[in-house]
Structure formats: C-alpha cells, structure tokens
Design a protein around this ligand. Structure first.
Ligand SMILES: [Zn+2]
Length: 318
C-alpha cells in the first residue's frame, strides 16, 4: 500500500484531510480577500472544509495546486457554471441596452422626420391637424379619431398622402361649416346640392351623400344613387367611346379622345363635387338635425364633367 502524500492544506495546518469543496463566490472587484493558503489577494473565493469541520477560503490556483482530483473537479465545475451564468447575464444586459438604444435612435429619427414634414407642410394643413383644439370647431367623434390618427402618423414621421391631406382639409372645413337643419316637410323637396361622397356596399348597393348649401348653412342627406345616374354614366361612356373609335379610325392622335382601347367607366368617387339635383322626400336624423336621408329620388340631374375630363381620368388610371 502506497503512503499517500500529506495534503498541502493539511500540511499548511488549515484542517484535516479529506477536504470538501463547499462553494464558490465572486467577491466583486473592490472587495478582495486573502487566500488562506498563499496569502494572495483573490476575488473568486473557494470555500473549503476539512474533515475536522474547519472552514477556510482559497483561490482557484491553490485548489489546483493540491492535486486533489475530487476537490479540483467540483471546484472547476462550480467556476465554469458561474462564468457561464455571468456571460449569459452580460449578453442579456448588452442585448437589452442595444434594443433600448435602437429604440431611442428610432424615436429620434421619427421626431426629426416629423419635424421636417411639419416644416414643409402648408399652414392650412398644419392647422387642420390641430382642428380639434380650434375654438368653435365642431368635430364629431369619428372625425376626431380620423384627425388624431393622421396626427399620430405625422408624429411617426409618415408623410400624409394627397388623398389624406384632402380629407383632412375637408374635415377641418366642415368643422367650421355653419350647419343648417334638414327641412322637415311632408311634401317632396327639390334638392340642389353637391355630391359629397359615394360608396357601394353589398347590402345596399351604391349610395351617396349630398351636401346642400342654404342661406343658413349646409346640411347633408344620404340615400341611394338613382338608377338614372348609372344610365347617364353609361350613355356618357357610350358617347366617349364613339368619339374614341372615331378618333382612332381617323388616326387623329392629337384628339383628346384618341384611344386604342375602350374607355372604362371611371371610379364613381371621381364624381365627388359634382352638382346634382332631384326631388325627394327628406327625413331628418333624430341624432343630428343637419343630417338626414332622402327617399325615392326622382327627376335626377347631374352636371356631368366634360367628356375630355372623363377621358383624362381613364388615361390617368392606365
Ligand atoms: Zn492561494
């Protein structure tokens, strides 16, 4: 049987072999202690206990010096686990810091873009963005949300489209429009107004909003687009296509109607602003006296745009 060499910790009178590894701790940069075996200042301390239960702290170097495989194995494992955890923590922290600085950079970029957009924005558009705060402005909740959404987009550095700008300006105009009440009469009324909007949905088909200007202000009425309007449209398109065919056959490329193809019916929204007149029964809305509905329109007339204008619309759409 071989005589085992005396354990260096036992030789240094730190305790009796066998020694047990109890744990590792990082004391931090400014809080060093001395290794019980060699006296060196250490940051990473390894707590060891002898068989006699005396406890002491040494540095990793001195753990490795012992040649005590059992002790070294567990100490190394503990040290490795600690370093991995610390590295992970650092990675998480730097990832978070990167995300935060990216976010700050993004916000700064948006703010600068928003400033640039606002600086170039015409005054009336800028004022329209703040219409909800203008004294005397009358804005319903829906329009309030639309404008606030546009404000938010500009705040994020997104340029308003031309269509959005037009809408915004019309909302601002309407907020100050003096409103007249929809006449409440039992007989059918002759209405002359402007097409304010037109839309189609599955259940009701094409419907339109007509704004009627009176001496007292304006009111709006909503109802079905008369079939006559579609007929008028079809006739207009037939006329336009006859002119197109004639210009094409004559090789008259300078003609505003010259086209290789048939003109397509333009989007009905193109007709917004067109003057319309008709007779109808009006019904005032219970919620808003300046809003109402029209029923069974007859004698519908529309001041259709010129054929040249419609031809141009079709060309733009190509
Ligand atoms: Zn030491």
């Amino acid at each position: 049987m071989m005589t085992q060499a005396t354990h260096i910790f036992e030789a240094a009178n730190l305790g009796t072999a066998p020694f047990t590894f109890l744990g590792h701790a990082d004391r931090g940069r400014g809080n060093l202690t001395g290794c019980a075996y060699c006296g060196t200042a250490i940051r990473h301390e390894f707590l060891i206990a002898g068989a006699d239960d005396r406890k002491f702290v040494v540095g990793s170097e001195c753990v490795y010096k012992t040649g005590d495989a059992g002790l070294i194995g567990v100490a190394k494992k503990a040290e490795r686990a600690y370093r991995n955890a610390a590295a992970r923590e650092r990675r998480v922290a730097s990832g978070k810091a990167k995300r935060i600085s990216r976010r700050i950079a993004l916000l700064r970029e948006r703010r600068e873009k928003a400033r640039a957009i606002l600086a170039k924005m015409p005054g009336d558009v800028r004022n329209a963005l703040r219409v909800h705060r203008a004294p005397g402005a009358d804005l319903d909740i829906r329009m309030r949300l639309v404008v606030s959404d546009m404000r938010m987009r500009v705040g994020r550095g997104i340029q308003l489209s031309d269509k959005a700008t037009d809408w915004l300006l019309s909302i601002a105009r309407n907020a100050f429009a003096v409103k007249a009440e929809v006449p409440e009469v039992s007989y059918r009324t002759h209405v002359v107004g402007k097409l304010a909007s037109i839309k189609c949905d599955e259940d009701y088909g094409w419907r339109m909003l007509v704004e009627v200007q009176t001496d007292a202000g304006s009111y709006k009425i909503f109802g079905s687009v008369p079939v006559v309007f579609h007929d008028t449209m079809n006739k207009t398109m037939d006329k336009l296509n006859d002119l197109a065919r004639a210009a094409y056959n004559a090789g008259d490329e300078a003609s505003p109607f010259y086209s290789r193809m048939m003109f397509e019916r333009p989007e009905l929204r193109k007709f917004i602003g067109m003057e319309v007149s008709f007779d109808a029964q009006l019904i005032r809305s219970a919620r808003d006296a300046s809003f109402g509905f029209f029923k069974r329109p007859t004698k519908f007339k529309a001041e259709m745009p010129s054929l040249e204008t419609i031809a141009n619309w079709s060309r733009e759409a190509e």
